[in-house]
Design a protein around this ligand. Structure first.
Ligand SMILES: Cc1ncc(COP(=O)(O)O)c(C=O)c1O
Length: 393
């Protein structure tokens, strides 16, 4: 199979990650529950993972690295734990349902004043619209780093400057940026960064988390055993315990920890460059095919004078995601044809991004999403380009 559905989950995991999970299942006890060798081994693994993750994202507080089972859970914790009755909240048309649904729920239950920055027909968000919507009454801004549908990269640094100038906090959905590009949460000015372990980070499913900047208060969302302060009636207030009641997925965390080692060995800048090069190659070939329509902002990718060596902290560029349609064919049928006739895995339909599909005009047709990873090869993309040519003709 040619796997081009990495924005959903990465399928090719480093062997070292698989070995780490198996080894943890054979050897680890329950982290923070007692002091025998097996439990200490689990505690050390979890602690090491917090330290590595903090360093990976240039974040200062390992104990404010909170583990969850995915970014949906992290986003729910961040959104529900910071937004109070009547708050003015700004989000965008490009969000995933893991942001939209918790916000819509708070609109109904806590009467929040919810406003969205509009996406244009290429899925681009205007910075001037953030300036207009984020005002002195705004308390929280929630925005994705990278759209899972178009691969457009949002200018988090600018959005953060506007948010902080107005005294609000910034929650970033990093589901598509963690592990696919360099993310420096300090440089970008992020207050809460939510990530998932099973996509770009190359870790196991069931892992993810949030990085909570010092001083940001998030209400406990579950209460229970923590292995510490047992006689206190309330959930302890210290991070990470405040948000981590119950046994952690230390087997998965062991795999995630080794996945971070793997990415550090390759160098995250090299992952980013590789995905940009693959995306440029794919994009430049498919736009030549009559009947293929691509969605998103490819102004950087489409400019062949720009070199991938220009990748830097402030660089936006584009993620390894290309969504398209072929003529007026249903996206599900095209994706099925790619799978059945060419053994190519893609993702059709709505991608849990309802507002963005409406903005792109693809509510009924959906779109076929191709998404790459560090392991994707040019040969695989060549087969996919050939398949699209066949289908279009
Ligand atoms: C932008 C974005 N946000 C959130 C999520 C949710 O991720 P998870 O299913 O790992 O919770 C996804 C996954 O597709 C995503 O692409």
């Amino acid at each position: 199979m040619i796997y081009l559905d990495n924005a959903a989950t990465t399928l090719q995991k480093p062997e070292s990650v698989i070995d780490a999970v198996v080894n943890a299942m054979r050897t680890q006890g329950n982290a923070s529950r007692g002091a025998h060798n097996a439990t200490l081994s689990a505690s050390r693994t979890v602690y090491d993972a917090r330290v590595k993750i903090a360093k990976f994202f240039n974040f200062d507080e390992p104990s404010n690295v909170i583990f969850t089972c995915n970014s949906t859970e992290a986003l729910n914790i961040a959104i529900n734990g910071t937004i109070k009755e009547g708050y003015r909240v700004i989000s965008t048309d490009t969000e995933h349902n893991s942001v939209l649904r918790p916000l819509y729920h708070l609109e109904k239950t806590k009467n929040i004043d919810l406003n969205f920055v509009k996406a244009d027909e290429n899925g681009i968000l205007g910075i001037s619209d953030f300036e207009k919507l984020i005002d002195d009454r705004t308390k929280v801004v929630v925005v994705n780093h990278i759209s899972n549908l178009t691969g457009n990269v949002n200018d988090i640094k600018k959005i953060s400057e506007i948010t902080h100038r107005k005294g609000a906090i910034l929650i970033v959905d990093g589901s598509q940026s963690a592990g696919t590009r360099k993310v420096d949460v300090k440089e970008l000015g992020i207050d809460i960064y939510c990530f998932t372990g099973h996509k770009g980070l190359l870790g196991p499913q069931g892992t993810g988390g949030l990085l909570v900047k010092d001083g940001i208060e998030i209400d406990a969302w579950k209460r229970g055993g923590s292995g510490v302060k047992t006689y206190e009636e309330d959930q302890p207030l210290d991070y990470p315990t405040r948000l981590e009641a119950g046994t952690l997925n230390s087997h998965g965390i062991a795999g995630l920890s080794v996945a971070i080692d793997y990415l550090n060995e390759i160098g995250i800048e090299n992952v980013e460059k590789r995905e940009l090069e693959l995306t440029r190659y794919f994009y430049e070939e498919i736009i030549k095919i009559p009947g293929v329509k691509v969605y998103g902002d490819f102004s950087w990718i489409g400019d062949s004078n720009k070199s991938v060596n220009a990748v830097s902290d402030s660089f936006l560029g584009h993620a390894g995601i290309v969504s398209l349609n072929v003529k007026d064919y249903d996206s599900g049928e095209v994706s099925d044809a790619l799978s059945n006739d060419y053994c190519i895995a893609t993702r059709p339909g709505a991608h849990c991004a309802p507002r963005l599909h409406i903005a792109l005009g693809t509510k009924y047709q959906g779109a076929v999403r191709f998404s790459f990873s560090y392991f994707t090869t040019y040969e695989e993309l060549g087969v996919a380009i050939g398949a699209l040519k066949d289908i279009a003709s």
